[in-house]
Design a protein around this ligand. Structure first.
Ligand SMILES: [Zn+2]
Length: 238
């Protein structure tokens, strides 16, 4: 334990200075930071293995029937432990900049059509860099990045949280077009949400604000929808 902490301390001491001195130059000292981090990751994996019995992994090896296909931004501040403590086998994750269907459509189709998720959840988040970029001039960025921003349709210059919400609603609208029949038949629920760690929506920092259910954006109506769905599900014996 002490050895590990010492190694981290040394890595921090040796490389913190140049990193802070040259903010923006991410290459200085990165490999050493990365070596320290990969060791941390391996230790965390060992702890994860220790915390789970063999039945847990045997069960995973059997296959997956994820209840939800989740499309979130790649942002490092957004993770599933905020919304599901045991996501293994349950959340089919698709991540990209701006939590989009257009730039990862095959992955989303795989989750819904082939793994049979009955919940398709799009999660945007406060302070989204992709939304910020898409709402401004991104013409000097790399071509592949530009391509992934071109499919974000928001009003230029609007507040970040407004762009985030518009983008989430756009994703739900696109998905509703793709899976109109499944939604109509009650086989699929499409939900748009904003994970708001900056409390831009004034509902509390860290709240997952559901803003769209199958195209319904009226908060009062949305609040009643999960209860109705649970009731309907019960009636069909699920
Ligand atoms: Zn983002």
């Amino acid at each position: 334990m002490f050895k590990k902490q010492l190694a981290i301390l040394l890595a921090t001491a040796a490389f913190a200075a140049p990193m802070f001195a040259q903010a923006g130059d991410h290459h200085a000292g990165d490999a050493a930071v990365a070596r320290a981090y990969i060791k941390e990751i391996q230790d965390a994996d060992a702890a994860y293995i220790a915390a789970h019995d063999s039945a847990f992994f045997k069960n995973l090896a059997k296959g997956q029937t994820p209840r939800a296909t989740v499309v979130t931004c790649s942002d490092s501040r957004v993770h599933t432990n905020a919304l599901d403590k045991t996501p293994e086998g349950d959340l089919f994750m698709v991540r990209n900049i701006g939590n989009q269907m257009a730039t990862a459509k095959g992955s989303v189709q795989y989750g819904v059509n082939h793994l049979g998720s009955s919940l398709l959840l799009f999660i945007g988040h406060s302070s989204c860099g992709a939304i910020k970029a898409a709402g401004g001039d991104y013409s000097t960025l790399e071509e592949p990045i530009k391509k992934e921003l071109d499919t974000i349709h928001i009003t230029k210059g609007s507040a970040n949280i407004d762009g985030v919400k518009t983008n989430v609603n756009n994703q739900v609208a696109d998905a509703l077009k793709e899976w109109a029949d499944k939604v109509k038949n009650g086989e699929l629920l499409i939900v748009g949400a904003v994970y708001d760690f900056a409390d831009d929506m004034k509902q509390g920092a860290g709240k997952l604000n559901v803003i769209n259910m199958n195209g319904e954006t009226d908060p009062a109506k949305i609040r009643n929808m999960p209860a109705q769905a649970a009731k309907a599900g019960h009636g069909h014996g699920h």
